[in-house]
Every structure is written in structure tokens, then in C-alpha cells.
Design a protein around this ligand. Structure first.
Ligand code: FES
Length: 107
């Protein structure tokens, strides 16, 4: 599954990720800068914050109010209605071509 990460300076990186991995792993395994994923992908650090491209937000799904992911993201730098944690986005084939924007900083 191809996923494109767009950095805050506009650099686009297309990476290939296996189904069943997460968007966090897609970034880490391919050395995408700006995604740290410090907690190991267990929704506890928010250093894997991404903005889902507006064209994809309804396919990926928005943050669920009250969920642990939403609680973490309220403190994240630059969080908005497109914010998600990459470790909480499982990659499935319907996400082929997904575009994720990496925030300028994670905290
Ligand atoms: Fe820590 Fe996603 S890797 S919250």
C-alpha cells in the first residue's frame, strides 16, 4: 500500500507499507522525518501526530471524542480537525494513495 507523507516544508515522500502495519510504522521503517513514535505505538506519547489530508479524512475517520487518542492530541502542537495519531491508523488496501501531512513539530 502506498502512503505519501508531506513534510511541513512541502517535501513529499511516498513509501510502501504492508497491510496490517500502521501509518506510524510506515513512517519509521522508511525514515520519514518528524514522526518519532516514542511510545512504541501504544497511543501514549502523541509524537506520531499527523494531519490527514482533507480528501482522506472521511475514509480514515476522524478522532473520536473522548477516546484516549483525542485526549492526547488536545495537547499536541498544531492539532486541528484533521489530526490523528499515526499509530492508531491501521493500513488497509482501501488506503492506497493515502496522503498524510507531518506537523512542523510534535510538541
Ligand atoms: Fe506514541 Fe503513537 S507512537 S502515540
Amino acid at each position: 500500500v502506498k502512503v505519501t507523507f508531506v513534510s511541513s516544508n512541502g517535501t513529499r515522500r511516498e513509501v510502501e507499507v504492508a497491510e496490517g502495519e500502521t501509518a506510524r510504522e510506515a513512517a519509521l521503517f522508511n525514515g520519514v522525518p518528524g514522526i518519532d513514535g516514542d511510545c512504541g505505538g501504544v497511543c501514549a506519547c502523541a509524537t506520531c501526530h499527523v494531519h490527514i489530508d482533507p480528501a482522506w479524512i472521511d475514509i480514515v475517520g476522524r478522532l473520536m471524542e473522548g477516546a484516549a487518542e483525542a485526549e492526547l492530541l488536545q495537547f499536541a502542537e498544531g492539532a486541528n480537525q484533521y489530526s490523528r495519531l499515526a499509530c492508531q491508523i491501521p493500513i488497509v488496501t482501501t488506503l492506497e494513495g493515502l496522503v498524510l501531512h507531518v506537523p512542523a513539530q510534535q510538541y
